[in-house]
Each structure stands twice: as structure tokens, then as C-alpha cells.
Design a protein around this ligand. Structure first.
Ligand code: NAI
Length: 339
């Protein structure tokens, strides 16, 4: 049972892959680079490949399919970087590794608190021995209304966490969840736009959610609204966000993700001229905290994501003898398959 692992990080993932590979009886090929047409050969003879956030286009999927890959697992919760329809056509089963929601949920709350307490300004001042107060006055969550968009595993956990702060909580999702109703009121999206002092995004990136915060939406928001994004960059139109911040409509933002972050985030690019102007502008604002897609990055998440991605491969390969990519009779469906 062979799995080719791409984008394998030497400093934190490699040891875990070796440990769980042994425990699960899998032969692993560990490659530090992202999957590409140049290294497709490494997947020859592997039923499964294990990736991170590389855009898996139809061309790339076809090449890996021709090399024999039948199961592709991404070590992420979001799978918007994979052309799912093409994978289906090519007979490649796609799975994600939905690790626990607490790491991202904690991080979202941290960004909310950092934004309403102007922490970027405070830290910058302290670092240069500017110990003044002017312009650093914050707000208290108990006086604010927080709108949570997407009440799946992460959004729900954020709501539970925030309930301790005494904020009024509004929620929106395509499907309502009973547990959420204990702490928050489900309302129409329009009401979130009109009433929320803080908006935090926890929906996946889909055709429907693409640029859900754009020019139109921003015009409906409360003055001084705080926008937090730990979901996917393209939920927000960066240019519209910049205009909103420049006009003062948006009072602060906490962005763990931005549009077009692929190829930038997780690389040392300090000597390079980058192709993402919006990121440079956003980073420069005193009221915008930008981090490089780190919300997931805890001991717990790294460990479980490596383990669960390999478990998915094992379950797939055990079932493969019955019918390619489908669970055999009496066998449970792989819990991580997304299609
Ligand atoms: P989930 O699948 O448990 O929940 C997503 C929720 O969003 C579902 O309840 C779904 O009904 C809802 N939804 C879908 N389309 C929507 C729309 N157009 N409007 C409102 N709600 C919508 O996913 P989970 O685990 O809560 O993760 C949420 C997102 O967080 C992921 O899709 C991923 O993109 C992002 N994420 C970011 C990480 C980071 O490090 N910054 C790490 C992990 C996930």
C-alpha cells in the first residue's frame, strides 16, 4: 500500500508521517515539493497521493490519474483548490482531512479581540517605546453584535467561545444547527450586514460564497464594522475591502487568508517583488492584522491532519479490491471523502 506525499514539511510533518505510516502499514514516498507535471513520476505505483493547497487543475489531475493515482487526499479542510468535477470524470476519489475545529476557532476569537483592542497599533508602539494612549482606545465585546457566517464545525465553536464574552450573537448558514440556537439567533444575511459590529467568516469557498463581501455588501455594513476572515481569501473582494478601509466604512480587519495567497504563503519571499498588490496595501494599514494562513497551525491540528489523511488512504486501499473508489458491501464509506 503506497502513498506519495507532496509538500511534506521537514520540520513538523515528516516525523509524524514516518510514525503513522508505520502504524498503518503504508509505504510512503515523502516529497518536499508541491505536486507538478515535473514530479508526477514519484506517484507511479501509488494508489494514493496526499497534498496541501496546490491548485489541482484538470491537466494535473489527468497526469496523476495516468500515473495510477485513484485517491487524492488534501491535508486541509477546504478543498476549493481541487477541480472536483474533473476528478470525478477521471475516476479519482477526493478526500479532505477535517481536523478538530478548536485551533481555527481560537484564532478567529484572537483576531476579533486584536482588532477591537487595536493590538497591531499597540504592539508597534510598544516596540519603539511609544507609550502613548491616543488612538489606541478599544471596544468591549459585551457591547457588540457579532455576526457569524457559516455555522459548521468551526463557526459553531466560535459561537460557543464567544458566548462567554456577553456579545449579542447573530448567525447565518444555508442550514441551521440546533446547538447554535442555544447561543445565537439565526437571521437573514441582510440582517447580519445591517446589524453586526463584527463579522467573522467560516463558510467554504464556493461559487455562491465567492466575493460574498464585495462593494455592494460593504455599502450595507455598519460604519466602523470589523471584518474577520479565517476561512478563504476569495470570500472577500480585496479591492473592495481596501476601498472600505480607506473610506472608514470598515473600522478594522483581521485576515488570516487573502485572495491569491498561493505561492506566497509558507515561502520565504522577503527578497522578492510580489505579484499581490492588495496584500501589500492591506498589510500596511494600521487597523488590519494580516497573518499567513496560520489559524490551523497547532500541535493538535498538525498531528491529526497527518494521521487522518493517511487513515483515509488506508481505508480507500482496503476497499479498493471490492470496486474502485467505492466502499465494498458491508464496508463503511471513507469518512473523509468529499465526493
Ligand atoms: P464545515 O463544512 O463544518 O462548515 C461550513 C459551513 O458553511 C456549513 O455549515 C455550510 O452549510 C456553510 N456554508 C456553505 N456555504 C455557505 C454560504 N454560501 N453561506 C453561509 N454558509 C455556508 O467546515 P469547517 O470545518 O467549519 O470549516 C469552514 C472553512 O474554514 C473551511 O471551508 C475552510 O475553507 C476554512 N478553514 C481555514 C483554515 C485556516 O487555517 N485559516 C483551516 C481550516 C479551515
Amino acid at each position: 500500500m503506497k502513498v506519495t506525499v507532496y509538500s511534506c514539511r521537514e520540520f513538523d510533518e515528516k516525523e509524524l508521517f514516518i510514525q503513522y505510516g508505520k502504524e498503518l502499514g503504508l509505504e510512503l514516498v515523502l516529497c518536499p515539493d508541491a505536486p507538478s507535471l515535473a514530479n508526477v513520476g514519484l506517484a507511479e505505483g501509488s494508489d494514493c497521493m496526499d497534498i496541501l493547497t496546490t491548485p489541482m487543475t484538470e491537466e494535473l489531475l489527468r497526469a496523476f490519474g495516468e500515473a495510477g493515482v485513484r485517491y487524492l487526499v488534501t491535508r486541509t479542510i477546504g478543498y476549493d483548490h481541487i477541480d472536483i468535477e474533473a476528478a470525478k470524470r477521471l475516476g479519482i476519489t477526493v478526500a479532505n482531512a477535517p481536523y478538530g475545529p478548536h485551533g481555527v476557532a481560537d484564532y478567529a476569537v484572537m483576531l476579533i479581540l486584536m482588532s477591537i483592542r487595536k493590538m497591531k497599533r499597540i504592539i508597534e508602539r510598544t516596540n519603539i517605546q511609544d507609550y502613548t494612549l491616543r488612538g489606541a482606545q478599544g471596544r468591549e465585546l459585551k457591547d457588540m453584535t457579532v455576526g457569524v457566517i457559516g455555522t459548521g464545525r468551526i463557526g459553531r465553536t466560535v459561537i460557543r467561545n464567544l458566548s462567554g464574552f456577553g456579545a449579542k450573537l447573530l448567525a447565518y448558514d444555508l442550514m441551521e444547527n440546533e446547538e447554535v440556537k442555544e447561543y445565537a439567533e439565526y437571521v437573514a444575511l441582510e440582517e447580519i450586514w445591517q446589524q453586526a459590529d463584527v463579522i467573522t467568516l467560516h463558510a467554504p469557498l464556493t461559487n455562491d460564497s465567492f466575493h460574498m463581501i464585495g462593494k455592494d455588501t460593504i455599502s450595507k455594513l455598519k460604519d466602523g464594522v470589523v471584518v474577520i476572515n479565517t476561512a478563504r481569501g476569495a470570500l472577500i473582494d480585496s479591492e473592495a475591502l481596501i476601498e472600505g478601509i480607506e473610506s472608514g466604512k470598515i473600522g478594522a480587519a483581521g485576515l488570516d487568508v487573502v485572495e491569491d495567497e498561493f505561492d506566497l504563503y509558507y515561502y520565504d519571499r522577503k527578497s522578492d517583488v510580489l505579484h499581490n498588490r492588495e496584500l501589500a496595501v492591506l498589510r500596511g494599514f494600521p487597523n488590519v492584522t494580516v497573518t499567513h494562513h496560520m489559524a490551523f497551525y497547532t500541535d493538535e491540528c498538525v498531528k491529526t491532519v497527518v494521521r487522518d489523511s493517511l487513515e483515509g488512504c488506508r481505508i480507500f486501499m482496503e476497499g479498493k479490491g471490492k470496486s474502485a473508489g467505492q466502499p465494498g458491501e458491508g464496508q463503511k464509506k471513507n469518512p473523509w471523502e468529499v465526493v
